[in-house]
Design a protein around this ligand. Sequence first.
Ligand SMILES: Cc1cc2nc3c(=O)[nH]c(=O)nc-3n(C[C@H](O)[C@H](O)[C@H](O)COP(=O)(O)OP(=O)(O)OC[C@H]3O[C@@H](n4cnc5c(N)ncnc54)[C@H](O)[C@@H]3O)c2cc1C
Length: 462
Amino acid sequence: MANDAGAVFDVVILGGGSGGYACALRAAELGMRVALIEKGKLGGTCLHQGCIPTKALLHAGEVADQTRESAQFGVKSVFEGIDIAAVHKYKDGVVSRLFKGLTGLIASRGITVVEGDGRLVSPTAVEVGGVRYEGRHVVLATGSVPKSLPGLQIDGNRIISSEHALVLDRVPASAVILGGGVIGVEFASAWKSFGVDVTIVEALPHLVPVEDESSSKLLERAFRKRGIKFELGSRFSGVEYTDAGVRVSLENGKQVEAELLLVAVGRGPVSAGLGYEEAGVAMDRGYVLVDEYCQTNVPTISAVGDLIPTLQLAHVGFGEGILVAERLAGLRVAPIDYAGVPRVTYCDPEVASVGLTQAQAVERYGSDKVALIDYNLGGNGKSQILKTAGSVKVVSVKDGPVVGIHMVGARMGELVAEAQLIYNWEALPSEVAQLIHPHPSQSEAIGEAHLALAGKPLHVHD
Ligand SMILES: Cc1cc2nc3c(=O)[nH]c(=O)nc-3n(C[C@H](O)[C@H](O)[C@H](O)COP(=O)(O)OP(=O)(O)OC[C@H]3O[C@@H](n4cnc5c(N)ncnc54)[C@H](O)[C@@H]3O)c2cc1C
């Protein structure tokens, strides 16, 4: 527990996840006196129950698949199975090294870290264990937790959330995953690689339904090939326990039995009982409402991360935290263009995108003003070497800038960094076409797509 209670801080931050700690680091860098209040572990969901541990599981799954499939590359190996305790040891090792680095970084910036459950008690103060921490400004960053459906009780045993799935001490024989969004398909992918018989149930017509429809279809094709089953446009109607696990019923009358049910229907804000409404903060269904500078209707209170109704991504939390710190320090800040934030789903194959989908571009500019190219990875040498399938689809305004890039295939998450620059710098296809990409690399697919869109296709069959 920090000992400088009673001091007035420049900023008191409630919640030490991606949004809160990024704000704390930048504020301290700008010379502000900062208190950071955290009831769990610094790093929050992303480091302990989200981005990092899931990607470690997915990587272990990739190693398993490569071992199973090594003969097609002429490499002899025998896949003997998954040692889940060893997988957890590897995953936990990654998390603990990053956690150590983060706590050291926060300490080195002179930030006062307060351990405990905080509650907003005035527009300028947070109370922790009876001690009041006053700030010129307060930043709310209490994040989110897994949601469920009405009447669906998560028991942590056979009906679990992502938090339980990350520490599961066994590889289940089978699983139903409720929800075909990012978290659902990432677990489906990792578990399939571990040998689990997986069925995804999604109420909307496609997996990863917020992505461009062509990306969803490519992912569905790849998942089908991998033997991952899915029920699309199917609403959950109930679940009952069986001797061996659970029986999940759908509104269309189908039933799926499995050892367990993973509920991945989204995450809701952590705000109940924390004093936000009492302090006069405007809210909507538990989310704190903010303007484009992450300021609430109470001038001394800002909010960032999953607590506000923007994209629930760690790097969005970082960006919002930095924006608030800089605004409080009196720097000129620009609102975030949320369409320009890269989005990656780290399943196999990866789905990555930035900007508008084709449908959104058509809605904004009209179908006669939109041009697009869908470059198949079949023509990309490095993708063939990796034996991955998919495409790079580029959407532009006719005779205008690129407004969306959508990619499916192995390692596409790394390529989205270039796609992000193209979108955010409002590049013309002809300008990107001038850039020479390294050969053989998957980034050539981005180059090829822009060459084609600029009217000078190279490796494209008519
Ligand atoms: C399974 C999974 C996988 C994910 N994968 C990715 C990914 O690959 N990439 C990506 O960008 N995002 C991913 N995310 C999303 C990402 O984790 C979140 O967007 C991000 O963590 C949000 O940051 P935050 O700071 O808003 O909230 P959190 O990280 O949830 O942090 C909030 C913190 O506030 C603390 N807190 C809450 N209430 C109080 C209180 N009263 N007093 C004191 N402390 C309190 C909590 O303990 C917590 O540490 C994933 C999420 C999940 C669940």
